[in-house]
Unconditional design. Structure first.
Length: 75
């Protein structure tokens, strides 16, 4: 399980516990992977922010690089 999946799973487990939802570690990891996978396709707003900062053009990567980072997080 990747570090990012572990981080998000721990957050899910903490939130679930506070809502009195008894989720197992495996369930939290599955939910974490689903949340990360949903981010594989950035929104238009995310892409716009990625290319502009304070009105200045600032290329920060391509869609392929973004997807590669998400894929790595899902390992």
């Amino acid at each position: 399980m990747s570090e990012m999946v572990e981080r998000i799973a721990a957050s899910i487990k903490t939130k679930a516990w506070s809502l009195d939802l008894p989720l197992r570690d495996e369930e939290c990891a599955d939910l974490a992977r689903a949340a990360i996978a949903a981010m594989r396709e950035p929104t238009e707003a995310m892409l716009n922010v990625g290319y502009t900062t304070g009105g200045n053009y600032k290329p920060t990567g391509t869609l392929r690089e973004w997807q590669a980072m998400i894929d790595e997080a899902l390992k």
